[in-house]
Design a binder for this molecule. Sequence first.
Ligand SMILES: NC(=O)c1ccc[n+]([C@@H]2O[C@H](COP(=O)([O-])OP(=O)(O)OC[C@H]3O[C@@H](n4cnc5c(N)ncnc54)[C@H](O)[C@@H]3O)[C@@H](O)[C@H]2O)c1
Ligand SMILES: [Zn+2]
Length: 385
Amino acid sequence: MTTLERDSPRQTIRVDLGARSYPIFIQRNLLECLGKELRKLGRVGKVGIVTDRHLAGRYLKPVNRVLKAAGYTVLPIVFPPGERTKTLRSISTIMNMLVDARFERTSTLLALGGGVIGDLTGFAAAIYQRGIPFVQVPTSLVAQVDSSVGGKTGVDHPKGKNLIGAFNQPRAVLIDPATLTTLPAREWKAGLGEVIKYGVIADEAFFGYVESQIEPILKLEGAVVTHIVKRSCEIKAQVVSEDERESDRRRILNFGHTIGHALESLGGYRGLIHGEAVAIGMIYESDLARHLGLCDEGVVVRLRTLIQAIGLPTSLPQVTFNALWRAMQQDKKVSGGTVYCVLPERIGSVRIVPLEKDATRAWFDATRARPPRRGKNSTTTPRFR
Ligand SMILES: NC(=O)c1ccc[n+]([C@@H]2O[C@H](COP(=O)([O-])OP(=O)(O)OC[C@H]3O[C@@H](n4cnc5c(N)ncnc54)[C@H](O)[C@@H]3O)[C@@H](O)[C@H]2O)c1
Ligand SMILES: [Zn+2]
């Protein structure tokens, strides 16, 4: 048994959103008492467990059992794993199954999986009978530290990611860090990209903690992993509480994402996975900040060194400025044609800055000639095919 599979005391974080407030519980092996937890949340009757095949193979049986033991009628809804499940078609499948099983306004949906399942389930819960309660049980690191908190739900459109959706807050987020023991290493590292992001946008001490704990993190040491999940959730909860619908403050969560999203879309969502693209995005956006005189080179070097030590990719794939700029403009966060980018002033503090095309091109050309300073053992990034 690894230390990440040993029981731990419960940690509770509140997401403060008035009538839509909810708790995040973090506890190793929480999955074993899911039935009791749903009871405490006042849920009764039917529970639809939305999950994917990877998770179903490992967790559906035990989760089914504890829910049934707690008196629930359970409807498993299982999808193929991966982004291709985040479609209106899957929403339609869920609607049909809920209608056939006579789900009511008081029934509950439970999202057991990564961000794909969480986003899909939250949107299904928003629209079935104009809204039924849902509970997040995130199992990937990305979902535990990011997508399960904050109420952004939705699906992709063939023309773009996350184009269809709704803000819909869950009744609770139940995090069992022990589920991370089965997460593939690549997904684990991608999630660490988002963890590093929280340090840069809000908490230098946390960034320092991650720097000092790389080995225990990569070995999935229980207490360290549980701490990074908790601190990330606290920061996300705080930012979301200040700005539920992303009018301003919440945009700081997009650090690394202006370039990151552009790289994902240029690669046709087949090359880099999200957290990897964000890792590269963070390095290059901080280098852009250095070029614009917003931060010193130390920020770029520190960020790059940490990302490299984690084993995430660090260099920009082969791409032209025009293609990159065009892709950056397609981001949903662009307003009135202006690209706004979250840039660091130092580790722990960022600013939202409108980008000028000419200045960005000048930085890009200089960067191509001289990539941001790299440490030893640098990893290479796949080229786009
Ligand atoms: N709503 C938000 O605020 C928000 C924020 C960030 C990302 N997202 C969305 O989240 C999605 C990415 O999330 P993701 O990285 O979790 O992707 P994912 O849901 O596809 O999960 C990644 C892979 O890991 C597997 N997996 C998950 N947990 C596992 C476990 N414990 N053991 C074994 N395998 C496991 C999944 O089956 C899948 O193959 C994207 O669609 C993105 O748009 C949403
Ligand atoms: Zn992200």
